[in-house]
Ligand binder design. Sequence first.
Ligand code: UDP
Length: 235
Amino acid sequence: MKKPTRILLKLSGEALMGHQQYGIDATRLKDYAVEVKEAFNLGLQIGIVIGGGNIFRGLQGTDDGFDRIQGDYMGMLATVINSLALQSALEQEGLKTKLLSGLPVDPVAESMSSRKAIQALEENYVVIMAGGTGRPYFTTDTTAALRGVEIKADLLLKGTRVDGVYSDDPEKNPNATRYSKVTFEEVIEKNLKVMDQTAFTLCRENKLPILVFNMNEKGNLRKILTGKDIGTKID
Ligand code: UDP
């Protein structure tokens, strides 16, 4: 794998719960901040999109009787809360950060623009892109794909709680095997689960490679960035 110089890291909001049932686990947050610092120290420019599933998801709201659009805005605001927490944790690790949002939330964050994001990356800020796309009916995976393309990232790293992409659901099928590398076409042919279709298509059409890996194992981000064969690369 050619060494990336600019990455888009997608962190799941759900993973921020750690062992809790809800909200933000301070230890997990710090672990993430330390991992990001290690990646930064390798000389990378880093953009981050974090989800909101630990606080609210629009679709979950519709089950409880909320209007879908209202629920989606609640989800987008949840990503702003997580982004603020992450910004604070990264700054405690001594990193310079810039928080940009797809959903206007002045004075909490400046509004997202690709030019602003790229300029901040070039000035060695870690750029957190909050607020989703700013529109309902999308996910933060799609936001990550969109922001990855917008900032001209070389790689989208999707941090999850599984080791990568498997031939079948590893939690149900003990014979499921992990792919180390697959093409975008193989993902479609074999109907593999990588990201939602909108996110996947954006990456595929704009030739943004994806690497799915387990972010909850300490040191994994650095391992990937130093060429260890973990996770699944899709390109
Ligand atoms: N969301 C949205 N538009 C976007 C991004 C996110 O409406 O562009 C809402 C949607 O309701 C979603 C929620 O924000 O369920 C939280 O994001 P997601 O579920 O992707 O978070 P994750 O699963 O990564 O924690």
